[in-house]
Write a protein that binds this ligand. Sequence first.
Ligand code: C2E
Ligand code: MG
Ligand code: MG
Ligand code: MG
Length: 287
Amino acid sequence: RAKKLGRNQAQFYSEELDREVRQRNRIEQGLKKAIKNNELRLYYQGKFDAVSGRLMGMEALLRWMHPEDGLLGPDAFLPVAEEIGMMEDIGNWVLYTALKQTRAWQLLLADSGQALPVAINLSASQIGGESLSDKIKGALDLSGLPPQLLELEITENALIEEPKQLARELEQVVALGVTLALDDFGTGFSSLEHLRHFPIQVLKIDKSFVATVNKDDKGCRLLSALINFARGFDVIAVAEGIETEEQAKFCRDRGCDLLQGYLYSKPLTVEEFEQNLIRPLLSLSRH
Ligand code: C2E
Ligand code: MG
Ligand code: MG
Ligand code: MG
């Protein structure tokens, strides 16, 4: 009987594995055509001033409109893209698409005297190359977007390997006038010592800390400490994943500069973002 059960289990596992391999292959095959077939999308999520609630900029977040599976988030396909060496192509598409869009919004807003910077996420493999600053400069020149309207978000874990070379590369990027943000701050494996060597101007405090407000005392104290840390270190503090009024108040009261999360706005399509968040700025009087 045990033998039979064992065989059934083995069969079960191999079917499960089979299914996973097939699904992965399907994503892989689809991904190879996704750019050409125009299936990638950038959604935009606003970042808001913690005190005034004003829109201060936006983060570009990648989606894939899969022909059969519908809209997929980055976690569903970026790991596969990394594995099959497609991250560079996808990253370039993100860079050019976001810069072009942000330039269009800059022109739309020009008469109102306002300008909104865009933040783009870069994975470790994207900043590992030697020519990051050349690539960024090329995209800025092509789009006509001033470097002051571009922010790059990288995670702590992306800084672990070759920190010296990376620091040099990122210095060159910052020398262009681009802003560098550390994403998911507090969740990575890097040492704080890195902060001394990297030209970081913004710390994005991970949503896992924000989620502890009114739930877990120790988590709240950590969130407080992280906001204080950013202030003491003289960088801009952004709290991500703000879903409730209580979380917003907690971060605001402790001096967090910017808030981002579903409470203010979900990631939106270009059309929705323009309609809901950009157009209203046009009717505001110029100060
Ligand atoms: P991230 O950069 O930390 O982005 C924040 C994530 O939190 C996004 O998930 C966003 O949709 C989600 N989020 C925003 N507000 C809230 C909220 O109030 N509550 C909750 N629960 N979640 C919220 P998303 O879009 O699934 O992206 C996941 C990650 O994928 C990003 O994390 C980023 O690391 C990566 N990613 C996204 N777009 C790109 C891209 O173009 N290139 C690269 N290399 N990575 C990207
Ligand atoms: Mg991010
Ligand atoms: Mg984050
Ligand atoms: Mg994240």
